[in-house]
Structures are given as C-alpha cells and as structure tokens.
Design a protein around this ligand. Sequence first.
Ligand code: S3P
Length: 425
Amino acid sequence: MKKILPIKKLREEISIPGDKSISHRAIMLSSLGDTTVEIENFLAGADCLSTISCMKKMGVDIQIGKKISVTGNGLFGLREPENILDAGNSGTTLRLLLGLTAPQNFLATFTGDDSLRKRPMARVIKPLAEMGASIFGRNDNKNLPITVLKPEKKLHGITYKMPVASAQVKSAIILAALYADSPTTIIEPYPSRNHTEKMLQAFGANIQTSGNEIKILPAEKLTAPPKIIVPGDISSAAYWLVLAAILKNSRVKIKNVGINETRTGIIDVLKSMGAQIEILNVQESGGELSADLQVASSNLRGVEFGDEMIPRLIDEIPALAVAAAFAEGDTVIKDVGELRVKETDRLAAIVEEFNKISPKSFEATENTLTIHGGNKKVFAECKTYADHRMAMALSIFGAAADGVAIDDSECVKISYPNFFEILYI
Ligand code: S3P
C-alpha cells in the first residue's frame, strides 16, 4: 500500500514526460526508414519500452541513452523475430504492430500481460483479415496469444467503416495499407487521435484526410527526418490540470504540452466547467503543436458531454471524474462504453473505488458515467487494478481530499515514471 497524504499546494512549474502515443509511433516509423533518427523527449515508460523491445526483435537498431536513436532497415527491411513479441501492458504496441506485421513475409507471435491478454483484438484483426492478412487469436475476441502468418499474397486496399472511434485500430489499418496493392479508405464515426497520419506525412507517405475519412496510398519508401521532438503528454498533464483547478490558491504552469486538437478535449471540458486555463507559447514540430498550459484554482460546475468529445479525452476520464467530484452539481459523461475495455474496466473501477473516497457520488450504466459533485470526502484504501491511470487519478483524488492508500503505485511506470516525485514538491 502507498499512502498519499492531502496536499495544500502544487509546484508552480511542471515539466511533463513525452507523449506516449507519439513516442510509440516515433519508434515504429523510424524503424521503417533507412537513416538514423534521434528521438528527443521520448517517454521511457514501460509501454514504449515494450515497443522498442518488439522492434529490436524484428532487426531494428535502437540505442537507448539520454536520447533514443533508431536506425531502420527500410520499409521492407523488418526481419522475422526469433522469439515471441511481448507487448506487456500496451494496447498501442500490440494493435499497431499487428497492422505492421500483417503484410510482412514472416511469422510473428505476440503475447502480453494479464490485462492485455483479456482485451479485445477482433476489432483490429477483422479489417486486417479483410485486407487479406492471416491472423489467429484465441476465442471469438481473438485474444492473445496471437499469431500473424505470412499472407498468401500481397494485401489489398479496402474501404473500412470503423464501428468505434479508435486510433489504435485506425493506425493498424494505416500501417498495413502502406504495403497494400491499392489505396485504402478508413471512415471513423468521430475523429480519433491522428498522430500516425501526421507523422507518416512527415515521413513522405501519401495520406489524405478529410473530415472523418482517411485515404492511404501504398508506399515504396519512407524518408525519416533526422530528429523527432516528442511533445509532453497531455494525458499526463491532465492530472495537474485537474489538481491545480480543484486545490485552493494554486497557480501552475505546465510546460511543453502537446495540444493536437484530437487530444485537447480535457482542456475544452475543464474550461466549460469553469476552470481557468490559458494556452501560452504555442510551438510546432513535425506537424504537432505544443504549448505551456497555465492553470489556476477555479470554482467548477457540473457539465454534460459525450459523442465526438469522447475520443478527444478518452484517457482523461478518470482525472475528469475527480474534477467532477469537486464541482457543484452533477456531471454526466455519455458514450463512454470504451472505458470498459481499457487496461481495466475503468467505469466499474471508478464506481467501485472513487465511491470509497466520496461516497454515493459515482454511478455508471453500460455507457454513461454520472458524478454527483460536492459530496463529503473521506480517507480510503483503494485498488488500482494495476491500471496506471486509475493509480494516478486516485492519487490526485486523495491528495485533494483527505488522503488515500493505493494497493499498487508501481503501475504508474507505464506512462509516467516520475509521477509521485511531481506530486510531492
Ligand atoms: C491510443 C489510443 C487510444 C488510447 C490509448 C492510446 C493510441 O486507444 O486510449 O491509451 O496511442 O493510439 P483506442 O484506440 O483503443 O481508443
């Protein structure tokens, strides 16, 4: 058990680690070029290290120092792994690499940890199979372990209407589509994070986007830039945005945060709740915007949202639920069924554990989370379900209330290794 004490104040300036989604993609795409790429501000969290380990097993030269350097063997230069590829806890590693290995002329078998082995993979295997890929998983959900066979012939382009807005599924199809014999079109219900599209465009791939549609042309080669600078992760900044807004007398500047519009739902919703957030010093690198976020103590009120907002803040809902518990009135978050298939069933986990800190405040149906704000908070012992985002959301909840004890603090290493150093000044 790790005990988090109530805190009065946050530090005035916070630097946050590199974006997890962009770090994964930087490793994967650099592996497909044929020059050396230096990756700055790479997130050395456990998930991105899983991606590095898988790419190394496919013959890519990756050096890990203060910066990461990746030297690929070209778009067609991946080699058959001699052993099983272990994606650990990382859905992004697994789903994107299923897309990348589907068109290769070799066999690859994947596994992962207890959480990842339970997560649904049929959603990504189905479109890849439509392209002609040969992928076998366990049971109807196509759970891990999964084996990808050399396809009988070159994959073909498809038009695929995605049933859920998922950047992981979209990115898997995009990566496979680079190797297909004709163009592929993907239609999303709502736009999900577009880091794969943006980075591939920076690598010279022909990808056109318009509204919810993405068209990918087959590629002959990718030309990597010499350097990729990863912006700070807005999903990690979310904990400080919320904590600074709900603590009294705080004013915090969070430096160098990625503000790609497919990820800034947290800022939009917190602002609509009354949070004082300013976006300063906007910069651009490799098609991705970043900025400093200035946030101050605010009086929050409950709000209602759903639909297209959800993919723009899907990983920030545990943190937002904490903000809602300190707001006046009810907050209703609709269309959040996807939370049930994250690292744990986050809707069930929020209701079970957050209610221990603020009794009778959190309710969920299959697809909706309702939070009754302003109730009394008490010290509680809570479970994280080995989910990094549950651990961090519970920690800021306890820190802003009467403290909390969590059963597993190690899991924050998945996305934010120095989280607790920042929490305690
Ligand atoms: C991610 C996409 C999202 C998100 C995950 C990272 C990505 O998952 O929850 O943490 O890097 O593409 P889905 O694509 O399943 O929504």
